[in-house]
Design a protein around this ligand. Structure first.
Ligand code: G3P
Ligand code: CA
Length: 229
């Protein structure tokens, strides 16, 4: 089973920072999961929320700041002794280029549909030669369909945490490579059903070792976890 650090090694380091990504990749994780948003000057940055309030000492929407403006803030989240700036997707990809890692890039478009974010993300990953190491995912169906339009060989996973049955049907209808449901929906029967349809199961956020072991036995391909379990 593949183990990805959720927003990097986020139990121990500030989420979605180069420090958290490096610690996961240098440590026991097979790679990392991260979230991409777009700044006012069209730079792809890695942060979970649409606003910078929770994870930095600033306030407001990512989309209302240029990248240079965002660099004024400390994105150390709850880790008070650390200095961390917001990473560009490019920085993460450059770091990963010579490493054996798997990346799950979530296009964060469920609340704000950033213009062209799918194409920009795709082009950036392609330019760095990392398309074969990336699983793209999104809660926003349209983002996955746009990615498929760009390149029908991309590995695409549909994220969901509610309307389980409806969303599961969408995974089958659109023939996505993977389902990315929250782990609470999964049992042996559900996992088998995805497999019968030729769909991988990649799930989050699994922070418990017993649950991890159960999912591994049942054939889940990937867990996304905050912890080194
Ligand atoms: O990709 C799995 C997980 O990251 C989805 O939820 O809210 O942590 O982005 P969230
Ligand atoms: Ca995410």
């Amino acid at each position: 089973m593949i183990k990805l650090g959720h927003r990097g090694y986020s139990e121990k380091y500030p989420e979605n920072t180069m420090l958290a990504f490096k610690k996961a990749i240098e440590g026991n994780f097979d790679g990392i999961e991260t979230d991409v948003h777009l700044t006012k000057d069209n730079r792809l940055v890695l942060i979970h929320d649409e606003k910078i309030n929770r994870t930095s000492n600033g306030k407001g929407y990512v989309k209302d700041y240029t990248y240079q403006q965002l660099c004024q803030f400390n994105f150390n989240y709850r880790f008070k002794d650390i200095d961390a700036k917001i990473p560009l997707l490019e920085e993460l990809l450059d770091y990963c280029m010579d490493k054996n890692v798997i990346l799950n890039i979530e296009i964060k478009t469920d609340k704000i549909q950033y213009l062209n974010i799918e194409k920009m993300t795709y082009e950036m990953v392609k330019e760095k030669g990392l398309l074969n190491k990336v699983m793209f995912s999104s809660f926003h169906l349209n983002s996955l369909l746009k990615l498929r339009e760009l390149d029908d060989t991309l590995y695409l996973g549909y994220l969901y945490e509610d309307n389980y049955e409806i969303n599961k049907k969408k995974v089958f209808k659109y023939k996505f490579d993977a389902a990315h449901p929250k782990y609470v929906f999964l049992n042996e029967k559900e996992i088998e059903d995805y497999h019968r349809h030729g769909v991988d199961v990649n799930t989050w956020t699994v922070n418990n070792e017993d649950i991890k072991n159960f999912l591994s036995e049942a054939g889940v391909k990937t867990i996304i976890t905050n912890r080194d379990i």
